[in-house]
Design a protein around this ligand. Structure first.
Ligand SMILES: O=P(O)(O)OC[C@H]1O[C@](O)(COP(=O)(O)O)[C@@H](O)[C@@H]1O
Ligand SMILES: [Mg+2]
Ligand SMILES: [Mg+2]
Length: 341
């Protein structure tokens, strides 16, 4: 009997008799199966297993670890007979064509947070499901066309975070019976926050607006923001997104002046778009600094984008600093208590 709190029942109830929704549901169940297998693989441990060994380089020039490639193969195999038309993955230059008559395509980052593999820190799998187009490249549709999106995070427990465009829900994997059961329905990101996530070691490479925003955050209660901030950096987008969904916060991976980082580090189609969909469905915002992420039109499966997401008020603050990069307390135009209130 299907567990009524399980993912299958949730998807059955949502899909009903709608053919496209059924295709989406089959793809999600395939991804959940991949998540179960990857969770078990990760739980075996990496020390001495070679999972963290560098085995090559992906299309973006990032080093490819054994687990990056293994998880790519697990995802493609789990989707092979689900009716998915094609899988576009971070770990393969071109999409794998599975079922030419399929109604949907899946874009995937099979292993997010690769630098955490050796350290026993959270990693994950991110996915976006888009309609398969009769003409044109199905992967190059704006994120606003996603039919569903989410991610699996392999942390102390394994969670599947999912949006079907009707709120964001979190399912937790029961390792005893392999069922993902609903843990949190309609997650809501708090509007305000005093917690940010950014790799501050890149401070010297940032644009003036991001620096000014950061300077004013770390100035704390004595600075123009008049509040103390806390900082987190897990180096896994999936872990940062989970934390922000649960207790609010803001995440930034902006463009910077390092070679190859003008558009930041994260990929639009299989990282920023699915995270942006999940975040918006939880009441948060996601932007590249000037535009809504979900409105960007990709020109390449592997293109990068600056990504700023989380609690709406703080995302708005960053946009303000990007437009007005001179810090408020240092500009005669903006009084110390000027445009911030
Ligand atoms: O090492 P950095 O520059 O802090 O980057 C960390 C970011 O890179 C990523 O690991 C990129 O994802 P991959 O591991 O899939 O390449 C994000 O999860 C994370 O937010
Ligand atoms: Mg990633
Ligand atoms: Mg990856």
């Amino acid at each position: 009997m299907t567990d009524r709190n399980g993912l299958t029942a949730h998807l059955d109830g949502w899909a009903g008799r709608d053919a496209t929704r059924k295709a989406v549901a089959r793809a999600i169940l395939g991804l959940a199966e991949a998540g179960r297998r990857i969770s078990a693989l990760v739980a075996e441990g990496v020390h001495g297993s070679g999972h963290g060994a560098v085995v090559g380089e992906n299309s973006g020039g990032d080093s490819q670890k054994q687990l990056d490639w293994q998880t790519h193969e697990i995802v493609v195999e789990a989707l092979r007979f689900t009716g998915v038309a094609a899988v576009g993955s971070e770990e393969a230059e071109a999409p794998d064509v599975l079922d030419p008559n399929g109604a949907v395509v899946v874009a995937v980052d099979p292993l997010d947070g690769s630098s955490n593999i050796d350290n026993n820190v959270a990693i994950g799998t991110i996915f976006a499901i888009l309609p398969a187009l009769a003409e044109g490249d199905s992967f190059l549709q704006p994120g606003s066309r996603q039919l569903a999106a989410g991610f699996v995070v392999y942390g102390p427990h394994t969670d599947l975070v999912l949006t079907l465009g009707e709120g964001t829900h979190i399912f937790t994997l029961d390792p005893e019976d392999g069922v993902f059961r609903i843990a949190l329905s309609n997650v809501t990101i708090p509007t305000d926050t005093a917690e940010f996530a950014i790799n501050a070691s890149n401070y010297r490479h940032w644009q003036p607006g991001i620096r000014a925003w950061f300077d004013d955050c770390i100035a704390g209660a004595a600075g123009p923001r008049e509040k103390d901030f806390n900082m987190r950096w897990v180096a896994a987008l999936v872990a940062e997104a989970t934390r922000i969904l649960i207790r609010g916060g803001i995440f930034l991976y902006p463009g910077d002046d390092r070679r190859g980082y003008a558009q930041g580090r994260l990929r639009l189609v299989y990282e920023a778009n699915p995270i942006a969909f999940v975040v918006e469905q939880a009441g948060g915002r996601a932007t590249n600094g000037t535009e809504r992420v979900l409105d960007l039109v990709p020109t390449d499966l592997h293109q990068r984008t600056p990504l700023i997401f989380g609690s709406t008020t703080e995302v708005g603050q960053v946009e303000f600093y990007e437009r007005n990069p001179v810090p408020a307390d240092r500009s005669p135009l903006f009084g110390y208590r000027g445009l911030f209130r």
